[in-house]
Design a protein around this ligand. Structure first.
Ligand SMILES: [Zn+2]
Length: 674
């Protein structure tokens, strides 16, 4: 008996054993293949229903098994599950490759696509048709055989280059250590950072002292707190030289090669540049839109950034008689200045943010704005006793979703916080199949004497993930691949980030931010400080993000890429409008810019700022009409949260907002408008 092979609605976690997964995957892949074959080999002429729709509804069991399995691998894993993951991943990519290369299937899809103007389709159906067609064409399905070969060769080379890029950075990161034995050298560092450095020293077999490395948990506190300017410089230079030294791990040639292969790939598929290819499936839509977005923002942020920089410099002068700030001074003096200005530490705020209260807080927002009720139930099966489950209903008591909340760390759960689902939403045969959504976080566990108390950062994290959760729970679309958070990449953070805004509103904090012992509501003075400290050095931070976004575009939206012979020279040019600190000749950013050369952010770095513009602009509607106005809530649910990816996000957004997003609201919120 394998519970994963039976039909189930609520996941029967307690019945599933690790050894059930592999046979379940194998079986589900066989079924999914049969479904694909039935569609591809159908004797009837291709129609939207027998091809596009059938394709989207296929593989249901495989989706269920995969989501249960991979969610467990993130939140409650063990050696056995990890081993199964190793075995299953190639099976899954083989299956999806087979579908992508299925020429009979593509022939049917493109037949329908070519008739699309003659067909009577709903907007959602048009979007689905487009998505299915592009899924093939963007992978070369329209190319002649020899060009297909070229494309596959490029992809193969790219994936190996990306791997080498990452390995080089890792090797360079691991090769460096700063071993300190003199107590004078570690002055300024807090207890926690010192303890960690002692541990690293022990792990590395040192007889005493402290070891600091280029790993973030070691590097960041060092740059923030170490009083020794010489040593900060040493660390910063080592960090910035990764991939840029004349040794086996140099990434200069690799960066140029990756950028030019991406360019070649885009041209092969009929696009001007890699950015044109990527941005076709983004809300922003085109490189020109992205660069003008970044440059507009730069124009506003730059005067503020320059002012903040001058303030920081005079603060450093006053404190330590430093004339010119260097890169290795930035985090250190910023931290000191922030403390001087705000003196707002986590410990003071935490008593007001008891986890249970914060959860009640997000639930009451969901109630006021969207009419959702959360009822905790103990009858729903879970994978761990810490997981809480809720039945979510609307004002008319219709079942809307099931919500899982898994909030405490444990061995077997990865770091961070995320939203996920055990079952997506769809409408099939007239039945609206409601979703099962989960939020997973890592907040301190309560003890017998003390409840779980959150830092303010953790409060915004919880709101953020719950915002993604609402996007999943309120989903109301026909086709599974367009449902919930299945939206363009630079649109997906709108629901999550917009919800964070409520954390800064007194009217909202009054609902839940109550001292866990006295019940006293958080003082106004604290709220003001939270707000102003959130904007501390916002101009400099914005300029930094813009500089990375422009660097990304300089590599990927560049039609004369072949003229770039020198990475550092190219980078200096790209940074010319955005640098605050003097250039460091022995350092280079591009050769260690993993986001865009190893990860999936190429032509996508701008989306951090893009999402902020969206959420600030959208939140302005709530501010204008009252942050708990149910009419605004209804409009947001109707036009954004329920619609998933059924239409272009710009269309959805304009329906809610009336206009395209404008940066003014963000600039105002961030204190960048004068
Ligand atoms: Zn997010």
């Amino acid at each position: 008996m394998n519970p994963l092979l039976e039909t189930f609605d609520i996941t029967p976690f307690s019945k599933i054993k690790n050894e059930d997964f592999l046979p379940a995957f194998k079986n589900a892949i066989i079924i999914a293949k049969e479904e694909i074959d039935t569609i591809a080999l159908n004797k009837e002429a291709p129609t939207f229903k027998n091809t596009i729709e059938a394709l989207d509804y296929s593989g249901e069991q495989l989706d269920r098994v995969s989501s249960v399995f991979f969610n467990l691998n993130s939140a409650e894993t063990n050696d056995e599950i990890q081993k199964i993951a190793q075995e299953v991943s190639p099976m899954l990519s083989e299956f999806s490759n087979d579908v992508a290369l299925n020429t009979q299937l593509f022939k049917r899809v493109s037949t329908i696509y070519n008739q699309k103007n003659k067909l009577t389709l709903t907007v959602e159906q048009q979007t689905l048709l487009d998505k299915k067609y592009k899924g093939f064409s963007r992978n070369g399905a329209n190319l002649p055989e020899d060009k297909k070969e070229d494309l596959r060769a490029i992809d193969k080379e790219l994936s190996s280059l990306k791997l080498t890029f990452g390995e080089n950075i890792l090797a360079e990161t691991n090769a460096y250590e700063l071993h300190l034995t003199n107590i004078e050298d570690v002055k300024g560092l807090p207890e926690g950072a010192l303890e960690a450095a002692i541990q690293v020293a022990q792990q590395k077999g040192k007889k005493g002292g402290w070891v600091f490395t280029l790993d973030y948990p070691s590097y960041i506190p060092f740059m923030k707190y170490a009083d020794s300017r010489e040593l900060r410089k040493k660390m910063a230079l080592a960090f910035g030289a990764r991939g840029f030294q004349q040794n086996d791990y140099n990434n200069e040639k690799i960066v140029i090669k990756i950028a030019s292969l991406r360019f070649k790939r885009a041209q092969l598929l009929g696009y001007d540049t890699h950015s044109h290819f990527v941005l076709e499936e983004r809300m922003s839509g085109s490189p020109i839109k992205v660069t003008s977005f970044l440059n507009d923002l730069l124009e506003k942020a730059k005067p503020v950034a320059l002012k903040e920089f001058a303030e920081l410099e005079s603060f450093a002068k006053e404190l330590h008689n430093i004339d010119h700030l260097e890169k290795w001074d930035s985090a250190y003096y910023s931290e000191k200045l922030k403390n001087k200005l705000f003196n707002l530490d986590d410990e003071k705020l935490k008593p007001y943010f008891k986890l249970d209260n914060v959860i009640d807080g997000v639930f009451s927002i969901a109630k006021k704005l969207f009419g959702l009720k959360f009822k905790q139930v103990s009858t729903i099966d879970t994978y761990h006793e810490d997981v809480k489950t809720y039945e979510v209903t609307d004002n008319n008591n219709n079942a809307i979703a099931i919500f899982y909340a898994d909030f405490h760390p444990r061995k077997g759960k990865r770091n961070g916080a995320w939203m996920t689902s055990f079952k997506g939403q769809k409408i099939k045969n007239g039945v609206n199949d409601r979703p099962h959504i989960s939020n997973v976080c890592n907040f301190t566990k309560p003890t017998d004497t003390k409840p779980s108390l959150l830092t303010f950062n953790e409060v915004t994290t919880l709101f953020h993930e719950f915002g993604h959760g609402l996007h999943g729970m309120l989903a109301n679309t026909t086709y599974p691949s367009l449902s919930g958070t299945s939206v363009y990449w630079d649109f997906v953070e709108l629901p999550s980030q917009v919800l964070e805004n409520w954390c800064f509103e007194k009217e909202c904090l009054d609902l839940f931010a109550k001292h866990y012992k006295t019940g006293e509501v958080i003082p106004m003075e604290y709220v003001e400080k939270i707000k102003s400290s959130a904007n501390f050095q916002e101009g400099m931070a914005t300029m930094r993000q813009i500089s990375f976004g422009l660097l990304d575009m300089s590599w990927h939206a560049n039609e004369s890429l072949e003229t770039i012979k020198n990475v550092k020279a190219h980078e200096k040019l790209a940074f010319s409008d955005t640098s605050l600190f003097p250039d460091v000749p022995e350092n280079c950013m591009s050769v260690a810019f993993s986001h865009i050369f190893q990860g999936g952010y190429s032509s996508g770095y701008y989306s951090y700022k893009w999402a902020e513009v969206l959420d600030a602009d959208a939140f302005e509607v709530f501010q204008e009409n009252g942050i708990f106005n149910p009419v605004t809530g209804k409009a947001f649910a109707e036009h954004i949260l329920s619609k998933g990816g059924t239409e272009h996000p710009m269309t959805l957004y304009k329906r809610f907002r009336g206009t395209e997003p404008k940066p003014e609201a963000l600039l105002k919120r961030a204190g960048l408008l004068n």
